[in-house]
Design a protein around this ligand. Structure first.
Ligand code: SF4
Length: 168
């Protein structure tokens, strides 16, 4: 195991249900888990992002062990267990970038034959997870705003902030 996908500038999100599941596995309260293992802010209501190890020069996930293995493997977040079958990696160019820069295991000769149905199932789960997370976004962009996608991004962002403030 190289642990490369557990290091770097990425974001690892845990759902409210995963907070409960992982804290139970660790034998601590959800509150303790949130304070000690998650960043104190979130742009998705109820979801939190895992911390990285403060002394790590490569931004290793707080749960990555010295042996490059996940110390909560059996209850790791769905985001981790579905990697690399993520909707944003279904594009050939993005898949090639990820393969070159992050995951040497992609198409590796020692990886064995691809289980297509298992991969498809993980992709479905990852897609549903992302949709649930987006639905919990605290920055709401309405269909009307999205339809105005020809507008400069800054205007879109400002509109989203105004709408979020009006709804909050
Ligand atoms: S929770 Fe485990 S699998 Fe997920 S990024 Fe952290 S160490 Fe890696």
């Amino acid at each position: 195991m190289c642990g490369k996908c557990c290091t770097g500038p990425g974001e690892v999100w845990v759902s409210p249900e995963e907070v409960v599941k992982i804290s139970a596995h660790l034998g601590c309260s959800p509150e303790h888990f949130l304070v000690n293992y998650c960043l104190p802010y979130s742009k998705y209501k109820g979801w939190r992002m895992l911390k990285t190890q403060p002394e790590s020069e490569v931004d290793a996930c707080i749960f990555l062990g010295a042996d490059n293995k996940c110390s909560i493997h059996t209850v790791r977040p769905l985001q981790c267990s579905t990697y690399p079958w993520w909707p944003e990696l279904t594009d050939d160019k993005d898949w090639a970038w990820e393969k070159t820069n992050v995951c040497e295991g992609f198409d590796h000769p020692e990886a064995g034959p691809l289980d297509v149905e298992s991969a498809a199932q993980q992709l479905r789960e990852a897609t549903a997870m992302q949709e649930a997370r987006e639905a919990a976004s605290t920055v709401k962009v309405t269909p009307q705003v999205a339809a105005a996608a020809g507008a400069p991004l800054l205007i879109l962002w400002l509109l989203a902030q105004v709408l979020a403030g009006a709804q909050g």
